[in-house]
Ligand binder design. Structure first.
Ligand code: NAG
Ligand code: NAG
Length: 469
């Protein structure tokens, strides 16, 4: 009888160990960091070693249990056993009475484990990356907004990261997560040189991507799309409500963080908003009013280039994320569903080496009342303003034939007319899904020789025309 009991106990412990390590192995497959084959092999070696150690440990454990039983039950006499079971008061008897008959309680497991090894050591030798539990709000309920930087093989990413770190007001509130695709060693080293100022994650799927033969030359776009999807999934899976995406070739303005912090709540208040972008597609020096860096707009055109989205939007988009050309895809009516972005008068990002102005003046967006950007307020005011302005022609504007100062409107009725005017002025002249860059209700606002100009369709405008793209 005694012998049976010991065998049951020992058997249980061995099985328990295997079950425990089965779960550890299974979890280690969900290892959140990407691994190339080499590291995968390293990993399996480690696990093998770990399993051997555990087998040894389980032997020790069995020995310990046997010893424990010998000490507490020196005799094999069955009379004594009956006596033990019947007369021994529960709380002073050996706890092992329960073993093998009912599952161990946590406390009992701890007791037994502590016979073998001090607690808390068994998880450490696997060297899984230490994942801190994610904070999504600060103590004062301010959101934590991660900045997700998408990297590949540009070592010049240092430019971008220097900037992001230099202007970051609070590392706790704005964790920088750099997601690297492509596995470029030099770039990885640059990123790692920032140490704990940022977190590096690597896109694990470096398999060759399937590209239809006719699209071979667009392979890069397929990879970019795959990377975005993985990186956003990863970042939102940490629990954040908002994420700001920054490509590795962007510089940011000093009030970049302030801008997103001041506007993020609009995304929750106004369901017709789906993104905040730091980019003005017509942000060249000659088209902006430098005296109004605080000015923001609504736009039907998705600008990208430093932009914020919510977890809810990602849940909606992630399940149908395209294999390539995600930016054209996101601009399609099926995705956009008439939702709009906020964009600034003066860009808060700038691509290295490209012409463009980004604001150097710090605008305290978090202190400002931005509710003029909510749909109901904005549509009334903006459309009213635009359609009560005097109409001029492009020619009058260019030849300075307008006698009065102040804002004006130029009307366009056809795609060709729009193209001609914007080309001559030097504005962006393209459409995506029928929407001109920066347009809101078809209206493109820009600054021209100290004057606000709205390039606008006529009043009975019926909406964007996909065939204009
Ligand atoms: C991202 O998550 C969505 C939804 O959970 C899933 O359908 C999609 O396959 C994921 N994409 C990647 C690249 O993990
Ligand atoms: C913010 O501006 C809106 C108009 O856009 C106004 O109705 C509201 O009262 C303002 N709120 C504060 C706190 O000033």
């Amino acid at each position: 009888m005694r012998c049976h009991k010991i065998l049951i106990i020992a058997g249980f412990l061995v099985i328990w160990t295997f079950v425990f390590y089965y779960f550890m192995l299974r979890n280690s497959v969900d290892f959140p960091y990407p691994e190339d084959n080499y590291r995968r092999k390293e990993m399996s070696k480690k696990i093998e070693h770990q399993v051997k150690q555990e087998l040894k440990k389980s032997e020790k454990l069995t020995d310990a249990v046997l010893q424990y039983l010998k000490i507490n039950f020196p005799s094999e006499n069955s009379n004594k056993k009956v006596e033990t079971e019947t007369s021994q008061p529960k709380d002073q008897g050996p706890q092992l009475q329960l073993v093998g008959v009912v599952p161990l309680t946590d406390k009992e497991q701890q007791t037994i484990m502590s016979l073998v090894e001090p607690p808390g050591q068994e998880q450490n030798n696997l060297e899984l990356p230490h994942v801190e539990s994610t904070i999504i709000h600060l103590k004062d309920h301010q959101p934590v907004i991660p900045i997700l930087v998408l990297a590949c093989n540009r070592v010049s990413i240092a430019n971008c990261l220097d900037n992001l770190i230099q202007y970051r007001p609070n590392a706790e509130q704005f964790p920088i997560i750099v997601s690297q695709d492509c596995g470029d060693e030099a770039t990885r080293n640059v990123i790692l040189s920032y140490g704990p100022q940022l977190t590096l994650v690597e896109q694990p799927d470096q398999s060759d991507i399937f590209v239809p033969p006719r699209e071979k030359k667009f392979k890069g776009y397929y990879k970019i799309s795959r990377h975005y999807s993985w990186a956003l999934n990863y970042t939102f899976s940490q629990g954040y409500e908002y994420v700001v995406i920054v490509e590795d070739d962007l510089n940011v303005a000093p009030d970049f963080y302030e801008y997103f912090l001041g506007t993020h709540h609009l995304l929750k208040e106004d369901p017709s908003l789906w993104c905040i972008s730091a980019w003005n597609d017509n942000g060249k020096a000659k088209f902006i009013d430098v005296s109004r860096p605080q000015l923001l707009y609504r736009t039907d055109f998705f600008p990208g280039l430093g932009w914020m989205l919510t977890k809810n939007l990602w849940q909606e988009l992630s399940v149908k994320w395209p294999k390539s050309f995600w930016d054209d895809w996101i601009r399609h009516p099926e995705q956009r569903k008439d939702r709009v972005c906020i964009r600034p008068e003066i860009s808060r990002t700038r691509t290295f080496g490209k012409i463009g102005v980004s604001n150097e003046e710090f605008v305290p967006f978090t202190q400002m009342n931005l509710s003029y950007l909510l749909k109901d307020n904005y549509d009334k005011t903006f459309l009213n303003t635009v359609y009560t302005l005097p109409i001029v022609t492009y020619d009058e504007l260019r030849r300075r034939l307008i006698s009065k100062d102040g804002p004006v409107r130029i009307q366009y009725v056809s795609r060709e007319q729009y193209k001609r005017i914007t080309k001559m002025l030097g504005l962006m002249d393209d459409f995506k899904s029928g929407v001109p860059r920066t347009a809101y209700h078809g209206v493109v606002s820009f600054f021209y020789e100290k004057r606000r100009v709205y390039l606008a369709p006529n009043l009975n405008w019926k909406g964007y025309d996909l065939s204009w793209s």
